[in-house]
Design a protein around this ligand. Sequence first.
Ligand code: ADP
Ligand code: TRP
Length: 324
Amino acid sequence: MATRILSGVQSSGKLHLGNYFGAIKQHIEMQDLADAEPFYFIADFHAMTTVQDAARLREYVLGVALDYLALGLDPKRSVFFRQSDVPEVTELAWMLSTVTGMGLLERAHSYKDKIAKGLTPNVGLFYYPVLMAADILIYKPKFVPVGQDQVQHIEMTQDMAQYFNNTYKAQVFVRPEAKLNKTAKVPGTDGEKMSKSYGNTIDLQMEGKELKKTVMAVKTDSTPVEAPKNPETCNVYMLYQLFATEAEQQAMAERYRAGGMGYGDAKKALLEKIETYFAAYRAKRADLAKNLDYVNEVLKEGAARASAVATKTLDEAKRAAGLL
Ligand code: ADP
Ligand code: TRP
């Protein structure tokens, strides 16, 4: 039997290096696994907890679709769809919420972090992990490839699957496992986790002057040019590692340790790497943007394939709970 894989990315802004190296790169690579059956979706319902402007939401959804396709998503090998095109997940989310204790959701780090930052939470933000659990469980995947920050949400999903199965004494849901990338945490330009919400991103679409300005502004310490530097604690080096070969990384690390190289030189090397690495993506993205009918067709077809699976699981859950 094929191994089903599922993941989603929120359409809450432009995608950045953290999204790519933390999640999307792995999503694309997993298409090559011999028995993989990947399902990837644009989490637009989730994005509504933060993006509350119709034009912007539409723009971001389209942006994520273009990004995935330009980065190598192959609609022949992956089911690629928009979350809201399969509204069955919201029904399942409701059902899961009725077997889930408040305590489980109150312990969610991402929710607590947002509150701590002073955000006034809407109910949707609190309920977010339940919808995410429904997203996952409805497709019965074995693996969910995500970045480190999503691991707790997967654990909560495992709990909710068990609560439901135990409550209704039925094996409706399969336990999903998180799958982490090697680069589970990409630093932003300020050294904190790169995130849309922190304004510290290097976006995939950046190029030319904008990219240069952003890379040159990556935070470094004030070690003078001539002094030896520690690559391990440097944001520029950490970002450089994402692009460089083993040998290039070693050579750069030696230049750090030897002294005599300013951070500006390391930044230039990083800048060049980013420009080259994403050049093909940018060209393909520009082409796709001229062919939106194709993009919409891919999403439509993906939604039909995803719906077939989702309706079946929802039906099983409803039967177990006495709704059918
Ligand atoms: P953001 O924090 O920018 O809002 P999302 O929450 O939409 O990003 O994340 C989408 C995917 O990208 C998730 O799987 C998440 O774990 C991954 N991701 C986001 N930022 C990073 C990062 N800085 N390092 C590694 N992975 C990341
Ligand atoms: N919460 C995820 C994020 O911010 C997005 C997401 C929604 C997701 N539903 C999912 C990821 C289901 C994996 C599986 O990145």
